[in-house]
Design a protein around this ligand. Structure first.
Ligand code: GLN
Length: 479
């Protein structure tokens, strides 16, 4: 088992203490030992990985290695990989082998990174326990009675279980940060538009972002350095220049103003999480940060607005899955419409159907003003509140989740309860802001708890540095 960060592995590879092949041998050994139980990878790409290793080793030997050359990564299964199953953990795409590579995959491969497999997830990224996957739930590597979180649960579990050095996830309402928090690793949702989504299967296009899950904030930044930037294949990707996101790590945080919206601590947070997050805030005070209580009054509307907007967009994005050109097709139905009806009835799981129906309901002419339009107004309120806070503050600290990981099966029949548990993460997506999560303690069950830092748009460099400053202290306490 290799418990290395990207940075550690880089050194070992560059100094020839390890070859890329030796690194892969070790990771695939761990995958073989653990994947059966954890169910974190849907597809293991061993053959392709060893092929990529030859090129990566050559880059290293020729002194052309970049930060990710030879580093084994897991990729969430809603990110298109040419010729490799990209199922979105849905029966609907059980046989979808894309003919093209997502931009983020092209970039990772060009950098010499190695893809070890495709990570399990909630079906079409809808969920926060990984139990909606057609391939079954992912178990939490720290205690297999608990869920990994979701929807990027396989990605987070791979990192926590050392089945991959780091991973890519996607985050529409918390799907990078929540599983990272539940599995005790670090996850970064970049600013909306920072990373190309070309080749990423869309869930809610005004919210979706791709981002890293890794062992440290610095590792997240190294991945972001590679995947960020404008892409002409994605009109929503930003023209903002890509800076070195690791550049501020180690700089003093003295005088930085941290906003703490107390509303996040009043919405059913468990006492242990509250205590751990408040302790983390204390650490920032010791580093010379100024802590400022701020208000976030629209928080109570955030979950409703998020589920209305994301489901409305999902109902449109998922309309294309009709079984005609690719994916699952039912045997039943004599007419086109009948066949599509059966295909969608058989191909989608319960949660996906619920979202599609809910989304369409909120958009119909009789309901539009009462629901969708109101959600859009709440979105504007949330953005305004963030703008006001960032006039006075550099960062916001809040919990990532209200509790530690749920027990497997505990919430499976209570969707509203699960939706409500997304309260801490959805606002960053609604406003398009970058946010990072890192562990800051354990709860009464011994499961990790985490806090989240949010920054203003395109401030990932500062965000990573602020997170890394805490990780340095927290890890030294734990050792
Ligand atoms: N849990 C949220 C949902 O189910 C977020 C999912 C995500 O970020 N992809 O919609």
């Amino acid at each position: 088992m290799m418990n290395y960060t990207i940075k550690d592995l880089r050194q070992k590879l560059d100094q020839k203490h390890l070859t890329v092949k030796e690194v892969l041998d070790e990771y695939f050994k761990t995958i073989k030992e653990k994947n059966k139980e954890l169910n974190a990878l849907i597809t293991v790409t061993e053959k392709e990985a060893y092929e990529q290793a030859v090129q990566a080793q050559k880059m290293i030997d020729e002194g052309k290695a970049g930060a990710l050359t030879g580093i084994p990564l897991a990729i969430k299964d809603n990110i298109s990989t040419k010729g490799i199953l990209t199922s979105c953990a849905s029966k609907m795409l059980y046989n979808y082998y894309p003919e093209f590579e997502a931009t983020v995959i092209q970039k990772l491969k060009a950098a010499g990174a190695i893809i070890i497999g495709k990570a399990n997830m909630d079906e079409f990224a809808m969920g926060n326990t990984n139990e909606t996957s057609y391939y079954g739930a992912v178990k939490n590597p720290l205690n297999t009675n608990y869920v990994s979180g979701g929807s990027s649960g396989g990605s987070a579990a791979c990192v926590a279980a050392h089945m991959a050095c780091a991973a890519l996830g996607t985050d529409t309402g918390g799907s990078i940060r929540q599983p990272a928090a539940f599995c005790g690793v670090t996850g970064l949702k970049p600013t909306y538009g920072r990373v190309s989504r070309y080749g990423v299967v869309a869930f809610a296009s005004s919210l979706d972002q791709v981002g890293p899950i890794a062992k440290t904030a610095e590792d997240c930044a190294l991945i972001l350095n590679t995947i960020a930037g404008r892409d002409n294949n994605d009109m929503t990707s930003s023209e903002k220049p890509v800076v070195d996101f690791t550049a501020d790590i180690g700089k003093s945080l003295e005088g930085k103003v941290i906003g703490v919206p107390m509303e996040f601590f009043e919405m059913g947070i468990s006492p242990k999480v509250k205590e751990a997050v408040l302790n983390a805030i204390e650490e920032y005070k010791k580093m010379g940060c100024v802590i400022k209580e701020v208000s976030f009054k629209s928080l109570k509307y955030a979950v409703s607005a998020y589920y209305l907007i994301s489901s409305a967009e999902a109902s449109s994005n998922l309309a294309k899955f009709d079984g005609i050109q690719y994916g699952y097709r039912s045997e039943k139905g004599d007419t086109y419409h009948d066949n599509v009806k059966h295909t969608r009835a058989e191909g989608f799981g319960t949660e996906v159907k619920r979202r599609i129906l809910f989304g369409i309901y909120g958009l119909t002419s009789g309901n539009y003003d009462a629901y969708y339009k109101k959600a859009i107004l709440v979105r504007a309120m949330i953005k305004n509140e963030y703008n006001a806070i960032f006039k006075e503050c550099d960062f916001i600290i809040s919990p990532t989740t209200l509790t530690g990981a749920f027990r497997l099966g505990d919430n499976i029949n209570d969707p509203v309860r699960l939706y409500m548990s997304d309260i801490c993460t959805v606002t960053a997506n609604i406003a398009g802001l970058p946010a990072i999560t890192t562990p800051c303690g354990k709860n009464e069950n011994g499961m990790p708890v985490a806090f989240q830092i949010t920054a203003n748009e395109f401030e990932e460099r500062q965000l990573v540095a602020a997170c890394a400053a805490f990780e340095k202290i927290y890890r030294s306490i734990r050792q």
